[in-house]
Design a binder for this molecule. Sequence first.
Ligand code: GLU
Length: 260
Amino acid sequence: MIKKFCYILLLMVFILCGCAKKEVVVNDQLSLIKEKDVLIVGVKVDTPPFGFVDKNNKNTGFDVELAKIIAEKILGDSKKLIFVPVNTSNRIMKLTSAEVDMVIATMSITPQRQIILDFSIPYHTAGQAIMVKSDSDVTSLLELENKKVIIVFGSTVEKELRSNVPNIKIVGYKSYPDAFAALKQGKADAMIADDTILMGFAINDPSVKILPKRYSKEPYAVAFRKDPMSQSLIDEVNAILMESLNNGKIKQLKDRYGIN
Ligand code: GLU
């Protein structure tokens, strides 16, 4: 009888330990992704050369390729990916509402964003620049006082201009193609955005020019929900980024998409 009781007790301890262990595994973001066997990534669809849609309606760009490298390393298959379109103003919400596992979308690390999100190590550094029409006389930010400047809502540029250059008249758009089209249509005197994004639009377009000065440093990183359960996922992505920075894969991707 005692023997039987001990056996049942031992069995219960095993079952409970097993359950407790499983709970830790299930709550962990990296294990959850491995369990569902697919990585859901928020990417841009309007921001060449980082995130856009090609002629065959496929997501492409530097950030999209980076997502493929991460899926390959975590799940052993770069196709185990679902891309969810995000834009500059909704990407934080898509992450905090758990619609996506991570966001790879030209997103700069900033102290304000770090209050609500976690970031990987940076994989690229851009800088804010001014784009004007080729025949424009504007040569600097100072000359844009009391003039109209196009920005994209939710970007670091919007925040900086509103707090540091109050005399500029901001004309905001939701997407980069709309913002670029507005500049070309003469709806403002300039457009300010990250240089590498502006270059994606200015390439092969002689009607616009990018001025040489850079007004900020924009460290692009992968963004995660701020949650202790994200830590193992962040560590894994950081290890993948470190490896890809060291073995030249990121450099190769930059060359492929004309990013410098
Ligand atoms: N890197 C800037 C930001 O995170 C601008 C790029 C973008 O709009 O995604 O806000």
